[in-house]
Design a protein around this ligand. Structure first.
Ligand SMILES: NC(=O)c1ccc[n+]([C@@H]2O[C@H](COP(=O)([O-])OP(=O)(O)OC[C@H]3O[C@@H](n4cnc5c(N)ncnc54)[C@H](O)[C@@H]3O)[C@@H](O)[C@H]2O)c1
Ligand SMILES: [Zn+2]
Length: 369
């Protein structure tokens, strides 16, 4: 475990003015120790229920309990296989048991799985009660806690059940990432790289330049990449809350990425790792079309390579990947929408990528015939 040295840094506040709700994301090292007061400042209803997982609560629960005058958590298992209605039912059961009413607030305290499940519970219990996310993985801090997508998996497919439900606030304390296993941490970093490619050459370069400090969980380096990622996500979501246009750029890397997760039954890859491959495949297609220049593609390959090893793909066939892509939510009227990078910091959404092009890109990436 890495030690935690508080460093004074001013809190960062990012506004997320979506049509359905306007809220703020605050990023501040050590904010977990003041989470009670921060919830008061958000003026959310006073009966607060923290939903967390046993593992996260064991590591960081004492700080939350102290800061909230001894809140009792609702603990449910996390990990992708528990992201299902059965686990949400356990949250409802706990809420019903204590007669939680409309003057209640759900505070999610965990990674993306806890946030998505407890957020869905908040959106449906009594037709919706207040929700605040306190994300504890890098992926949840830079991505899933912002934007209002909540829900669970169906045995047939990922995230098939859910709704849009914006939180009343997002409280990010980068210091909790000190206990995050390196592989989980890296999985979140690939989403940061994604934001760099879609929207910010500066962020892309920063990940490469500050990589050591980032992996060392240096508070200043972490705060910088988290803030910029949240800023990008917030502005995209504010402009297109329900993903009818601009928000689709955030699916860069997710077409092949989701297919990869599906063909390996969500077991081999962390979501971010699959997205890393997905970005490489999309860049291959873009470079072949000369939509992206070769130098930019190489810069992406180099950065992903430097971040560390990815699980192998050589035993997975391009044919199975292509089949899985046909089931993607991004298929609209039979056409697959692909987000192609136009360089580092720009994208184009196209719907005319042929099967032949995708197969060629998959083979060049190392998938088997
Ligand atoms: N709602 C959205 O917009 C959105 C966006 C991206 C991803 N997601 C979803 O997020 C999920 C993935 O989230 P995730 O990567 O955070 O996975 P996760 O929630 O499963 O957490 C990963 C692991 O890290 C552990 N953990 C969490 N915080 C920790 C900490 N501080 N220290 C040590 N261990 C800690 C968890 O217990 C778990 O074992 C997927 O289900 C994905 O679909 C949602
Ligand atoms: Zn993602």
């Amino acid at each position: 475990m890495l030690s935690y040295h508080p460093v004074f840094m001013p809190p960062v506040r990012i506004d997320v003015p979506t049509p359905s709700r306007a809220y703020a994301v605050t990023i501040e090292d050590g904010s977990l120790d003041r989470v009670g007061r921060l919830l008061d400042a958000l003026k959310v209803p006073e009966r607060r229920f923290v939903v967390s997982s046993p593992g996260v609560w064991r590591l960081h629960g004492a700080r939350v309990a102290r800061a909230t005058r001894g809140v009792e958590p609702i603990l449910v298992p996390d990990g992708e296989r528990f992201k299902q209605l059965g686990t949400v039912m356990r949250i409802y059961d706990a809420l019903v048991k204590v007669a939680a009413d409309r003057s209640s607030t759900i505070v999610t305290f965990g990674g993306g799985v806890i946030g998505d499940m407890a957020g869905f519970a908040a959106s449906t219990y009594l037709r919706g009660i207040a929700l605040v996310h306190v994300p504890t993985t890098l992926l949840a801090q830079v991505d899933s806690a912002i934007g209002g997508k909540v829900g669970v998996n169906h045995p047939i497919g990922k995230n098939l059940i859910g709704s849009f439900y914006q939180p009343h606030g997002v409280i990010i304390d980068p210091s909790v990432l000190g206990t995050l296993p390196r592989r989980e941490f890296r999985a979140g970093l690939y989403e940061v790289v994604k934001y760099g490619v879609t929207s910010s050459p500066g962020l892309f370069e920063r990940v490469g330049r500050d990589m050591k400090a980032i992996f060392d969980r240096d508070p200043i380096a972490l705060s910088a990449i988290i803030s910029e990622s949240c800023q990008i996500k917030a502005s995209v979501v504010a402009a297109d809350e329900k993903e009818s246009g601009l928000r689709r750029i955030l699916n860069f890397g997710h077409t092949a990425g989701h297919a990869l997760e599906a063909v390996t039954k969500y077991k081999r890859f962390r979501h971010g790792e699959a997205v890393a491959y997905g970005m490489l495949v999309a860049a291959e297609i873009a470079a072949r079309r000369t939509v992206m220049d070769e130098d930019s593609r190489q810069a992406l390959v180099n950065l992903i390579t430097r971040l560390g090893p990815l699980p192998p793909i050589a035993d997975l066939s391009a044919a199975r990947m292509l089949e899985a892509m046909q089931h993607d939510k991004k298929v609209v009227a039979g056409r697959l929408h692909f987000v192609l990078p136009t360089g580092i910091g720009g994208t184009a959404i196209v719907d005319d990528v042929t099967e032949k092009e995708i197969r060629a890109a998959l083979l060049r990436q190392g998938f088997k015939k």
